[in-house]
Write a protein that binds this ligand. Structure first.
Ligand code: SAM
Length: 276
């Protein structure tokens, strides 16, 4: 028991919350597990937390039981609101529920820094939200950390190292300005209903400044072009970037015959700097 509220199965039955695939609804019903996810986010007692997609509130309850100062929960499915209101009543002044699409809401209007984001994301918008949080106009971002559930394959792409198949745009984007690691792996059966694939929780801690200097737009362009044709040698994949791309690659110690997946983050940043 992490709180005096009723078990989630009972909440779901009472409010008729049958899971909808179109909303990416795979619920976590084990409150000890949701509390562990909340704890993996770090100390929450001095932070406001943004949770996207609370559903019937399993993770929300984990966050509140773990001591979150304040939780802002953004849920698109109206049907979940009465169940979430019961949690808000059990934790006076610590839970704000906003009905709406997380893609269209400015969380800063409701939150005080420092802010952590913790969510069991709907699969259909998970990557889009992550990319958005990793590419704000200014750095450091509004968040101190992101603790997010993804399909395992996506989680592995976020933490991937050079030379691996999973290494690509997402790894470079995440690792340039944050420290990313997988903190928990969950089998599909941990969810109700069980999805087709396993999941993992990734924790990303924002760095105060990027790991290596580079212009964000140029870095993004170089990385996107390099991995769009990841099997090609860089001199071919990056031909459209600059007429003298071979010379530029060589000037920062990259052989034009290398392929994107062999380059470390530091080398991509050095290459982006030559294009300033
Ligand atoms: N947090 C709950 C849990 O762990 O059991 C539910 C997680 S479920 C994977 C994803 C939740 O996101 C669902 O409740 C769904 O209704 C909600 N959702 C889907 N699309 C959304 C969107 N665009 N904005 C906000 N919530 C969304």
């Amino acid at each position: 028991m992490i709180d005096p509220l009723p078990p989630l199965r009972e909440v779901i039955a009472r409010h008729g919350l049958s899971a909808r695939k179109s909303l990416g609804q795979n619920f976590l019903l084990d409150l000890n597990l949701t509390r562990r996810i909340a704890e993996a986010a770090g100390d929450l007692s001095c932070c406001d937390v943004l949770e996207v997609g609370p559903g019937p509130g399993g993770l929300t309850r984990g966050l509140l039981a773990a001591g979150a100062r304040h939780v802002l929960a953004v849920e698109k499915d109206k049907r979940c609101l009465p169940a979430l209101a019961e949690i808000a009543a059990a934790y006076p002044d610590r839970l704000t529920i906003v009905e709406g699409d997380a893609l269209g809401i400015d969380p800063n209007a409701h939150l005080q820094p420092p802010i952590r984001v913790v969510a069991n994301l709907p699969y259909n918008i998970g990557t889009e939200l992550l990319v958005r949080w990793l590419t704000p106009h200014d750095w450091p971002p509004f968040w101190q950390s992101l603790t997010l559930m993804f399909q395992r394959e996506v989680a592995e792409r976020i933490v991937a190292r050079p030379g691996s198949k999973a290494y690509g745009r997402l790894a470079l984007l995440a690792q340039w300005r944050s420290t990313a690691r997988i903190v928990l792996r969950l089998p599909a059966r941990a969810f109700t209903p069980a999805p087709k694939v396993d999941s993992a929780v990734v924790h990303l801690a924002a760095l105060a400044v990027p790991r290596f200097p580079a212009n964000p737009q140029l870095l993004e362009r170089v990385v996107a072009m390099a991995f769009n044709q990841r099997r090609k040698m860089l001199r071919a994949a990056l031909r459209g970037l600059a007429p003298d791309i071979e010379a530029r690659l060589q000037s920062v110690g990259i052989a034009p015959t290398q392929r994107a997946e062999e380059l470390a983050l530091e080398q991509f940043c050095a290459l982006a700097r030559t294009l300033e």
